[in-house]
Design a protein around this ligand. Structure first.
Ligand SMILES: C[S@@+](CC[C@H](N)C(=O)[O-])C[C@H]1O[C@@H](n2cnc3c(N)ncnc32)[C@H](O)[C@@H]1O
Length: 260
């Protein structure tokens, strides 16, 4: 069972070594897909530790960037990363912003974690001006998000009851993501892929952040006894070819873009 309240309360530095390792490159790809350009005011919903906020600030100037996330440690880390941005603690389902306040609203790896995703998307549309863009992305948990796919394949081979994100995550197919966007009355909806990679110094560099309990995969790892963790570590490494030294993994996300 996912505990959405505590899953992202870990230190931001640990998140940045975990899934956050992919976030800066994914942020650049999401901005390109959304057509972000100078002069725009943009909102990042579920900003986490601030990778997308930083990318937006580079493109638009920090004063034109707003971010929101329910995790206080993440919002603090994002504020340290981009001091000039406006960052607030809060939820997608109830955005504390005016109608049409932004030219674009983006959301990176977040809609699948919302308790009320349709309400969250509705709010993203409300705060974006007519003609503006709402864009978001979700990992391809079932296929080509290599790190998480190999992790869950290892986990379910040892424990068939493990809650594989590929099976439980919503909006992790292009069809489901498109339906979420189209259902929020967005026009011209297009779903594309974003493919990025991340580098590791060795297998432990990949494995250690899993022990911190972040996100569903980390929470699952942290819930195991030491013997179970050791078995999972070995099987996970085996499925990645038992890397000896540095390696790189690629990750694919589905990306939806629509017009208000
Ligand atoms: C996988 S992280 C992605 C963080 C960041 N966007 C990135 O790409 O690195 C998911 C984020 O969604 C946030 N989140 C969870 N529930 C949320 C909600 N109801 N509204 C907004 N953000 C939420 C979490 O706190 C976390 O920062």
């Amino acid at each position: 069972m996912l505990d959405r309240e505590t899953m992202f309360r870990a230190p931001a530095a640990t998140y940045d070594r975990f899934v956050g390792r992919y976030s800066p490159r994914l942020a650049a790809a999401l901005c390109d897909a959304a057509g972000i350009k100078p002069g725009q005011r943009v909102l990042d919903v579920g900003c986490g530790s601030g990778a997308l906020v930083a990318e937006l600030a580079q493109r638009l100037g920090a004063e034109n960037v707003t971010g929101i996330d329910p995790s206080e440690p993440f919002v603090e880390a994002a504020q340290d990363r981009v001091p000039g941005a406006r960052l607030v603690v809060g939820s997608a389902e109830s955005l504390p912003f005016a109608d049409g306040e932004f030219d674009a609203t983006l959301s990176q790896l977040v809609v699948n974690f919302l308790t009320q995703p349709e309400q969250g998307l509705g709010e993203m549309v409300r705060v974006t001006r007519a003609g503006g863009v709402v864009a978001g992305c979700v990992w391809d948990y079932r296929g080509e998000m290599t790190m998480l796919r190999a992790f869950w394949d290892a986990a379910i081979s040892l424990d068939p009851d493990a809650a594989d994100e590929g099976a439980v995550m919503r909006f992790a197919t292009p069809e489901e993501l498109r339906d979420l966007w189209a259902g929020a009355s967005l026009g011209g909806v297009e779903v594309t892929t974003l493919v990025v990679d991340a580098s590791y110094e060795g297998f432990d560099d990949l494995w250690e952040p899993f022990l911190a309990g972040i996100g569903p995969a980390g929470a699952y790892t942290a819930s195991l006894e030491p013997d179970g963790q050791a078995a999972l570590r070995d099987e996970f490494a085996r499925r990645l070819g038992t890397p000896d030294g540095a390696f790189t993994l690629s990750a694919r996300a589905w990306c939806a873009v629509g017009l208000v």
